[in-house]
Design a protein around this ligand. Structure first.
Ligand SMILES: C[S@@+](CC[C@H](N)C(=O)[O-])C[C@H]1O[C@@H](n2cnc3c(N)ncnc32)[C@H](O)[C@@H]1O
Length: 191
């Protein structure tokens, strides 16, 4: 979907993905794993910044990226209001070059937001933005929908796309927002 499409969704406040809080699966992951390795975290398609700020609270130097200018502005305002340090920048994760390679990339409803025929571009972007030895943590949305966004996926597709260059450390069903309970799966990959 285009930059204009996403910006319009923010301008008209048509943003049902915005839950006013970070991904419950991410909150639980960070609480359960204190002292994770690495210093930098990238949150692509980060929306209004809830997830990026959770990484900041966990002590990471975090960069949130979004293709919609309004999302970047809302995120920066949220960080200021919370007194947290995080960089929010405008970028197309699929096509742009990273400023440097990250220790962590956190996925949450970006993979399901792009056109399915852009998924190979997404996989290549993870390779480009992630350090060798880095971690890719994803909350994937396992719904059957083909008329998105959101566009669904399956565990099989995720494993098939990422396992050629990442090692799957573990995957599990996380705690979710009420309307997504049982529909999400988290994957913890290492490059
Ligand atoms: C469904 S929303 C999810 C936002 C956030 N991750 C959340 O869960 O609240 C998808 C987000 O990805 C952004 N986006 C879409 N395509 C993108 C791209 N190619 N690069 C960066 N951000 C993108 C949209 O502007 C939107 O903010």
């Amino acid at each position: 979907m285009s930059k204009e499409f996403w910006e319009q969704r923010y301008q008209t406040r048509d943003m049902p993905w915005e839950k006013g809080e970070p991904s419950p699966g991410l909150v639980d992951f960070l609480a359960a794993h204190r002292g994770l390795p690495g210093e930098t975290a990238c949150v692509p398609g980060g929306g209004t910044g809830h997830d990026a700020l959770e990484w900041a609270k966990a002590g990471f130097r975090v960069y949130g990226y979004d293709i919609a200018p309004s999302a970047v502005q809302l995120s920066a305002g949220r960080a200021r209001a919370a007194g947290l340090r995080a960089e929010f920048r405008l970028a197309d994760f699929l096509r742009d070059e990273p400023p440097f390679a990250f220790d962590w990339i956190f996925e949450h409803t970006l993979f399901c937001a792009i056109q399915p025929d852009e998924r190979e571009l997404y996989v290549r972007a993870v390779r480009r933005w992630l350090k060798p030895g880095g971690h890719y943590l994803a909350v994937n949305y396992l719904i059957p929908d083909t008329d998105g966004p959101p566009f669904g996926t399956t565990r099989e597709e995720i494993v098939q796309r990422f396992s050629p260059f990442l090692e799957l450390k573990s995957d599990w069903v996380p705690r979710s927002y009420p309307n997504r309970a049982g529909l999400e799966r988290m994957f913890w990959w290492r490059r």
